[in-house]
Ligand binder design. Structure first.
Ligand code: SAM
Ligand code: SF4
Length: 344
């Protein structure tokens, strides 16, 4: 493990966001994904076992004040964009309070939410009012019986109602995340693609990743993104490369059908890795900083935070050790049992 502190801290003039730190491979790190809970009201087949996981004790989970403190300490190092995730973040009470606290941190200019969307119709306006900028909704099917089968809970989730609530609340952009599984929901690729002709929604098809027990899913269920794109264009016509949504410098590659208000994106952790442009790190619900979604590269920030120590040297060192790429194709995911443990 290298301890070469190649990450450099540069002070920015007041009122101007600090330039982001770079890791040892020159990647600029400006994006923090914050998991606020490891629990969820769904049990998606590819994510969480039916019986749940060994939940974190409440005392291990960072309070909202502690999360805000982490962000206050790290924003001067160039973190500008935050995503609230989980587990399912909307089941943690008073999420709007956290969003308001984070929005008030100097340097933070964008806050996004990843959610399964169940509670979005009831919460979208409240969250937008607190400072939420945009939302990613996980929606693997548009059919109620199938949503129930994939989520293994019947909570009446209606993806299009959630989309409309998000748009009405002024959240922009609104993205759909669709995990494509052969023989389970791949026959809906065209239906999702058609949504982009009617709504300003960015539908992102994600390749299934082999993490955790996955309820019997195997490599045979993975649908490569090239196939997804060709099947989408069979329904809505030729797809041209597109810039995608504002602030779309994440892992997706975007396309648009002629005249469509929305776009289609593909996220390809399996068939084409995007580690070379990775701009993110993750904070788990119990305060561990993970510099890669997979593997065991993590640093405990919670205990130093609770002891009153500065997190800056730990963050700088963690970035210096951020791995070059994941080892998913070699099936190396470290101790990870489900993406819900690290926020996806
Ligand atoms: N509960 C929220 C949600 O579902 O959006 C946020 C957390 S969830 C872990 C974040 C993302 O990870 C979701 O879009 C979900 O579809 C994705 N995900 C979870 N397990 C996955 C897997 N095995 N393969 C691909 N994507 C996965
Ligand atoms: Fe919950 Fe999201 Fe995992 Fe589904 S993908 S079980 S909604 S955390």
């Amino acid at each position: 493990m290298t301890t070469d502190h190649t990450a450099v801290r540069i002070a920015a003039p007041e009122g101007i966001a600090a330039p982001a730190l770079r890791d040892q491979f020159g990647r600029s790190i400006e994006y923090l994904r914050i998991s606020v809970t490891d629990r969820c009201n769904f049990r998606c087949v590819y994510c969480m076992p039916l019986e749940g996981l060994d939940w974190l004790p409440k005392s291990d989970i960072l309070s909202y004040e502690e999360i805000a403190d982490v962000v206050r300490q790290l924003a001067p190092l160039g973190l500008r964009r935050l995503r609230i995730t989980g587990g399912e973040p909307t089941i943690r009470p008073q999420l709007d309070t956290l969003i308001g606290m984070l929005k008030a941190v100097p340097g933070v200019d964008d806050i996004a939410l990843s959610t399964n969307g169940v509670k979005l119709p009831a919460m979208a306006s409240l969250l937008a009012g607190a400072g939420l900028d945009r939302v990613n909704l996980s929606a693997d099917s548009l059919r109620p019986d199938r949503i129930k089968a994939i989520a293994r809970r019947d909570l009446g989730f209606d993806p299009v109602a959630a989309l409309k609530a998000a748009v009405a609340a002024g959240l922009d952009p609104v993205k759909f995340n669709v995990v494509v599984m052969r023989g389970i929901n791949d026959d809906e690729i065209g239906d999702f693609a058609r949504l982009t002709l009617e709504h300003a929604v960015h539908v992102r098809f994600i390749e299934l990743m082999p993490v955790g027990e996955m309820a019997g899913l195997t490599w045979d269920h993975v649908v490569p993104s090239d196939e997804v794109l060709s099947r989408a264009s069979e329904t809505i016509g030729a797809l041209d490369p597109s810039d995608g949504p504002r602030l779309g410098n994440g892992p997706a590659t975007y396309y648009r059908a002629a005249g469509a208000p929305g776009t289609i994106g593909v996220i390809t952790p399996m068939s084409h890795t995007y580690c070379g442009t990775c701009n993110r790190v993750r904070l788990t619900a119990d305060g561990r900083l993970r510099t890669c979604l997979y593997g065991d590269h993590e640093v405990n920030l919670r205990d130093p935070l609770r002891a009153g120590a500065s997190l800056v040297p730990l963050f700088v060192q963690a970035l210096a050790n951020k791995p070059k790429e994941h080892q998913l194709l070699q099936m190396q995911v470290g101790g990870l049992k489900a993406l819900s443990q690290v926020g996806g």
